[in-house]
Design a protein. Structure first.
Length: 81
């Protein structure tokens, strides 16, 4: 488990099961991750471990977003909306 400040909002996005809240959770996590990246630029780049964790998390959020969109499209086809 990490102790990165951004980890809680990232975890909230990953664990969200309500499709109507998914995009908001993803955006919130992306903002937190990008803010931390900006902070690291001012802090001589931070640690390699955190930088890699941020890149992995951003990639994970992109995958999550694609999955959420696919799920939503399937649900819309089922309901005809």
């Amino acid at each position: 488990m990490t102790d990165y400040e951004w980890h809680e909002v990232y975890k909230a996005a990953l664990l969200e099961t309500d499709g109507s809240k998914m995009e908001e959770r993803i955006r919130t996590a992306e903002v937190a991750l990008n803010q931390r990246k900006d902070e690291l630029v001012l802090d001589h780049g931070g640690t390699p471990e955190e930088n890699q964790a941020i890149e992995n998390a951003l990639h994970g959020l992109n995958v999550l977003r694609m999955d959420a969109v696919s799920w939503l499209e399937r649900q819309q086809r089922k309901t005809g909306t």
